[in-house]
Structure formats: C-alpha cells, structure tokens
Design a protein around this ligand. Structure first.
Ligand SMILES: NC(=O)c1ccc[n+]([C@@H]2O[C@H](COP(=O)([O-])OP(=O)(O)OC[C@H]3O[C@@H](n4cnc5c(N)ncnc54)[C@H](O)[C@@H]3O)[C@@H](O)[C@H]2O)c1
Length: 371
C-alpha cells in the first residue's frame, strides 16, 4: 500500500465565483488541506468568499498570489478561456492543478498543459464529476470486463434550460474566445465525459450544430452520431433549450440495458440495469447478482472527485481514473464541432497529433432563427 503524506496541503482557489463554493466546501471537510489564499479580480466577490471560508490570503490575480504564497495545489474555478495560461503558470510555480471543466479550449492547449505538467512533475486534474460515485464505478467495471455484454447502441442527452437574460448575460458565456463553445462544451461535456468513461475511446463522429433560439455566437443545440472503437453507435443531443431538464445516458448491450437519468448528479437510484429477456417476446429475466449496485452508495460529485485526487497528490501515485484522461471528452467535443463545420464525419485519425483540428474548435453553426 502506498504511504500517504500526513502533512497539510496548502491550497489556493483562483476564481471565487459560483463553482468555487463547491471546492471550498469539500476542502473544508479535509483536515489535511487548508485553503490559504484566493485570487479574483473582483474585490467584492473575492472578499465575500474569503470572509465566508476564513481565507487570509487575498489577491487580484494568480500571478500576485504565486509571487506572495507557497502553495501545493491551485484550483482553477475561472472562465474556461483562462484555464490554459493559468494552469501553466500554477504548474511552473510548483503546484498541482485541479481545473474545472472544460479543461482548456483546444486539444493543442491540452497538449501544452500536459507537457508542462510532465516537465515539472506535477499533476493536472480536471473536474469531470459525473465519472464519480459508487454506482458509476460499478457499472464501468461491469462494462469493461464484459459482465454486461457487448455495447451495441446508446443515447446521450443533455437537455438543459439556460436563459438569455441570466445565464447567457454573463459576459464570458456563449462566445468562442471566452467560453470556447456553446452548450456542447459548457454543459454537454459532462454527459459526453460520462459516456466515454463507460464506453472508452471513440472512432468516428457525424454531427451538426444549430442556433435555434438563443442570441449567442455559438450553437445552442447540437446533434451527433458517435461510433466508438468497440463499434457501439450512440446518438447525442445537447441543448440549452429544454424547459423540462434531464441528463440521460443509456447503453444497450447484447445482455441488457444500462441507463442513468439525473440532472446534475446521480446515485444508485438514478441507475437502472435491465437484463434482456432470454426468450423472444418474454418478460425480462431477473438481473444477474453481479449486476446489483453496491449498498455503500455515494453520489457523484466534487466530494468523491477531490478525495480521490488529493489521495493521489498525497501518495505521489498517478491520478485516479475519475480525474485522468481529459482528452476523451475534449476530443469528442472537438470532433462534433469539426464535423458540424465541415459537413462530413470526423475520425479519430483526423485529430491525430499535428492535425490543425487540434488547434481549436471549428465554428459551423446553422442559424435557423427567424429573421
Ligand atoms: N463541474 C461543474 O459542475 C461546474 C459547474 C459550474 C461551472 N463549472 C466551471 O467552472 C468554471 C467557472 O464557472 P462559474 O460558473 O463558477 O463562473 P463565475 O463567473 O461564477 O465565476 C468565475 C470567477 O472567476 C473570476 N475571474 C475572472 N477572471 C479572473 C482571473 N483572471 N483570475 C482570477 N479570477 C478570475 C470572476 O471574477 C468570477 O468570480 C467554468 O470553467 C465552468 O465551466 C463547472
């Protein structure tokens, strides 16, 4: 068993807006982590946050923070367009980085960040919390070892509702340079990441992107058919226009159907495993005992994600599967945008190292709003 370091990790939170609270609350429960500093250019937001969590170090920027403090871990809870340069600065400053999704705005930027992490011997962990929780870990193993059969078809829906007047009134959202993409990158990436965690590497994407209603630079809706390396075919629909919101991932295999229906997080009650009937037209058989979800159920979320990541920081072992391989869902997003823009399928080979498609998302959005 790897020995865990018992010294307290000194942590900085950069960007003290909405999601930073989830980080501070989880870290507040870890006796071996101490948030010693925060950085945010907005004094009002920064001070209110630092007062709430009793943080002494308060800075207007990450650079000022790194110049004044020695920290072991930097959490990036900033707008996506800042993640690349801030991650590189924090890594070069000697800290591990925990970065909110989306990791960065292109595969080339991801390559650059991971290269620096490798050079300096620090980790770059991305928050894709839909991979976490007891149930998803169990289902992922059952799919990986064949207990659930061979995946054949699936569905991946992010049907969310985001209004123009509040959500998209935030200046960095809905723009290619600052948010990097539309609901596909900002919202759907959660479900795509979960899907790819369950099914592994993808092979080909055939997609379209539309602006149906919102006043954005980016799309507000996209569709895609994804073929995975294991030949499973998945239909993906991502939108910010669905008043009755749902997040839904489904995989039908040779032996049964696996589904998770939730909104922003899931536990064992969100999952349903239905065995195929053994006889044509018959009732479904009872599920095999191995399919039973564990009773020690922990929901998905920042809590199990940060616990697993901090264990790896303390032990010096590689990042756990719940926080590793950020390329999988970023590649899917890149391929969906590229396919929509080019009007043809995009394969994994199209995104190989050296491809210009790695440099950023192509913007092929069909504006279907009435003039
Ligand atoms: N994992 C999740 O479920 C989840 C949920 C919401 C948001 N997010 C992600 O978290 C990130 C932040 O989203 P949010 O909703 O908290 O946004 P937000 O706008 O509420 O907060 C961002 C904060 O960053 C600050 N900021 C801006 N420029 C900065 C700079 N140069 N240095 C330091 N701070 C700076 C802003 O002042 C603001 O307080 C985004 O990447 C978003 O996609 C993840």
């Amino acid at each position: 068993m790897t020995e865990l370091s018992q010294s307290t990790l000194r942590v900085a939170l950069v960007g003290t807006g909405a999601i930073a609270h989830a980080h501070a609350q989880v870290l507040g429960l870890d006796p071996l982590a101490s948030v010693v500093a925060v950085a945010d250019p907005s004094p009002a937001v920064r001070d209110a946050f630092a007062d709430q969590y009793s943080v002494a170090g308060r800075y207007g920027s990450l650079d000022e923070l790194l110049a004044a403090e020695t920290v072991d871990v930097v959490h990036l809870c900033t707008p996506p367009g800042l993640h690349r340069d801030q991650a590189i600065a924090a890594l070069r400053g000697g800290a591990h980085v925990v970065c909110e999704k989306p990791p960065v705005l292109s595969l080339a930027d991801l390559d650059a960040v991971l290269e620096v992490a490798h050079q300096v011997g620090r980790e770059y962990a991305v928050v894709f919390q839909q991979r976490t929780g007891t149930a998803v870990g169990h289902v992922q193993k059952l799919l990986a070892d064949g207990t659930l059969g061979r995946p054949l078809v699936g569905v991946c829906h992010t049907l969310w509702y985001r209004k123009q007047e509040d959500y998209y009134a935030v200046p960095w959202r809905g723009k290619w340079t600052t948010e990097g993409g539309g609901p596909l990158l900002g919202l759907g990436i959660h479900q795509l990441d979960l899907l790819a965690f369950l099914l592994g590497e993808w092979a080909e994407v055939d997609a379209r992107a539309f602006r149906l209603d919102r006043d954005l630079e980016t799309e507000d809706t996209s569709t895609a058919v994804v073929r995975f390396a294991n030949d499973a075919i998945v239909s993906v629909l991502t939108t910010a226009l669905s008043p009755r919101q749902v997040s839904y991932v489904r995989v039908d295999t040779t032996l049964g159907t696996v589904e998770v229906e939730h909104l922003y997080g899931h536990d064992a009650r969100s999952w349903r495993l239905t065995p195929a009937p053994s006889r044509t037209g018959g009732e479904p058989d009872a599920a095999p005992a191995a399919w039973t979800l564990p009773e020690d159920d922990e929901p998905s979320g920042h809590t199990p994600l940060l616990r697993a990541v901090y264990e790896s920081f303390r032990s010096g072992s590689p990042l756990p599967p719940v926080a590793a391989d950020p390329h999988r869902s970023l590649e899917l997003v890149t391929a969906i945008y590229a396919s929509a823009a080019r009007g043809r399928p995009v394969t994994k080979a199209d995104l190989a190292p050296g491809s210009t498609l790695r440099d950023g998302f192509l913007h092929g959005v069909e504006d279907l709003r009435p003039a």
